[in-house]
Ligand binder design. Structure first.
Ligand code: NAD
Length: 507
């Protein structure tokens, strides 16, 4: 169990921070924060972390590596607890939990540990004639005290992957898991801090009201994952302090299926992406766009796939998750009223079970086409051809990912070139998320900023442009000092001008 932080009169509800934090009382180096935020229940915590950050403790690579390795031990030693907590919270199948909550976090961790010394290095940059003898470089500076707010659908992954980058970049961190997945939230709050330096890393358990108070504090960076509507609230709170943000949001991801493809393979790949975690995945294909002819072929292939995956009664399958809570269950169930059920459609409110479902005969104006589904329902919308599909996609908010299936690469490339989205995956679903070499993030209403692998380190790093000059050679500097003259300007221009490549310098 964690000791709660107790600055006098300012005990934050549900924060997992260390003993040293208890002694701080919101004073010391971080007092500017707590003075400004007097009465805020989290001011002491933020103040304490800021003092730790200012002490320089998180800067050495050895410190960061030790914390990251401890985080790896948390994943190894508490693997069974993670699997049990996610199963309790939303019936997450063991395979899906190991794949998404453990394996992908370990990949991110190993990628970071393998490359950290390289990523942290100063980057030497080109110099001009004036600075030829000086040192010009990009310093990879930590932001300071950062806040990570996570949703419930991948409650370990979406805390740990950003946390890995935040630690690697040398920050102090407050993490706030979702309050909806109570078992995982408890595990993260009670156990994770035992592995990390409690002076520098804290877990805060908070609902909407408490998170609102938490966001009143000045952080140096906020990394938020969740819905676009809450993303706006977080961005507005960050704007008060001019705090930079990453917003990893959601939306409706289109999936175009052309007339030329291996229908059974498409059915498997689309069904896997849609029904993984019972559809509660930000990058799930939200709806299919295809011709009426393709729909005729796709429906039996999807029916066959669903039976192959989950047996004749998916409710009895250990490989199919449940909806996270009653409110979400009711929301997703109501979406079943759009169009006509072609496959599935069964529900069980008590078990929060919604069968893998395919809907047809939809209008773009139907409720299911107005919001992110975030459940195991796949609507099929008929389009005449690829041009109409592209127009449909471009007439809506820009999604987190666009999917396109075709045996003809030209068609896949056409969809890629004529649409805009956070990411893109041709002829499969979800698989692009596995690569730590690819940036992951949204655009427009699906988000702002990117992470994964090197991009996570960069997200939590301020790229500080530095020039370190020598003290001598003042005669050269005199050329830029008043009194000015045309002759001086000519020399300064010649020594510092960035010339257009290929331009003739003789004339
Ligand atoms: P949510 O926005 O309701 O909650 C996310 C977090 O914000 C939670 O920790 C919650 O406590 C907090 N929060 C909620 N209301 C708040 C408020 N008014 N003020 C401050 N904080 C508040 O999202 P959710 O339901 O947990 O997750 C589902 C959404 O997340 C979907 O839209 C999904 O697409 C998106 N998502 C995006 C990604 C991504 O990587 N882009 C990943 C997973 C989920």
């Amino acid at each position: 169990m964690q000791q709660p932080l107790e600055p006098p009169g300012q005990q934050p509800p549900g924060s997992g921070a260390g003993k040293a934090a208890e002694d701080d009382g919101g004073g010391g180096k971080g007092s500017a924060d707590s003075n400004a935020m007097s009465g805020n229940p989290y001011a002491g915590l933020v103040s304490h972390l800021r003092a730790a950050w200012l002490s320089g403790k998180t800067r050495p690579m050895e410190y960061r590596v030790a914390q990251l390795e401890a985080l790896g031990r948390f994943l190894d030693e508490k693997k069974q607890d993670i699997l049990e907590a996610t199963a309790l919270d939303m019936g997450k199948p063991q395979f899906e939990a190991e794949f998404s909550e453990i394996l992908l976090c370990k990949n991110e961790l190993h990628e970071t540990l393998n490359n950290l010394s390289q990523w942290m290095k100063d980057e030497q940059v080109d110099r001009n004639l004036v600075t030829r003898l000086d040192s010009a470089f990009i310093r990879k500076d930590p932001y300071g005290v950062v806040l990570i707010i996570a949703p419930w659908n991948y409650p370990i992954h979406l805390i740990l992957v950003p946390l890995i980058g935040a630690i690697a970049a040398g920050n102090c961190v407050v993490t706030k898991p979702s309050e909806k997945t109570t078992n995982t939230e408890r595990l993260v709050a009670e156990v994770l801090p035992n592995y990390l330096d409690k002076d520098c890393f804290a877990v805060v358990t908070a609902g909407v009201q408490e998170t609102t108070r938490l966001l009143e504090n000045k952080f140096d960076y906020i990394f938020y994952t969740g819905s676009p509507s809450v993303g706006r609230i977080v961005m507005a709170a960050a704007a008060k302090h001019l705090t930079p943000v990453t917003l990893e949001l959601g939306g409706k991801n289109p999936c175009y299926v052309s007339d030329t493809c291996d229908v059974q393979n498409v059915a498997r790949r689309v069904a896997w992406g849609r029904f993984f975690n019972a559809g509660q995945t930000c990058v799930a294909p939200d709806y299919v766009l295809c011709s009426a002819e393709m729909q005729e072929k796709l429906l039996p292939a999807l029916r066959k796939t669903i039976t192959e995956f989950f047996g004749p009664n998916p409710q009895e399958s250990p490989d199919f998750a449940r909806i996270v809570g009653d409110r979400h269950f009711q929301r997703v169930q109501a979406l079943l009223r759009s169009g006509r059920v072609a496959i599935g459609g069964e529900t069980d409110a008590e078990a929060r079970y919604i069968a893998p479902t395919v809907l047809v005969d939809l209008q773009p104006s139907d409720p299911i086409m107005q919001e992110e589904i975030f459940g195991p329902i796949l609507p099929i919308v008929i389009v005449a051809n690829v041009d109409e599909a592209i127009d449909f996609i471009n007439s809506r908010e820009r999604p987190l990912v666009v999917y396109a299936f075709s045996s003809d690469d030209k068609v896949v490339n056409q969809v890629l070139e004529r649409t805009s989205s956070g990411g893109f995956c041709g002829n499969d679903t979800l698989m692009h998320v596995m690569l730590t070499s690819l940036p992951f993030g949204g655009i427009g209403s699906s988000g702002l900023g990117m992470y994964h692998g090197r991009f996570t380190f960069d997200a939590f790093t301020h790229h500080r442009g530095c020039l370190h000059r020598g003290m001598g050679r003042e005669a050269l500097n005199a050329l830029r000092y008043p009194p000015y003259s045309q002759q001086k300007l000519g020399i300064v221009r010649a020594a510092s001008e960035v010339k257009r490549k290929g331009s003739c310098t003789l004339l």
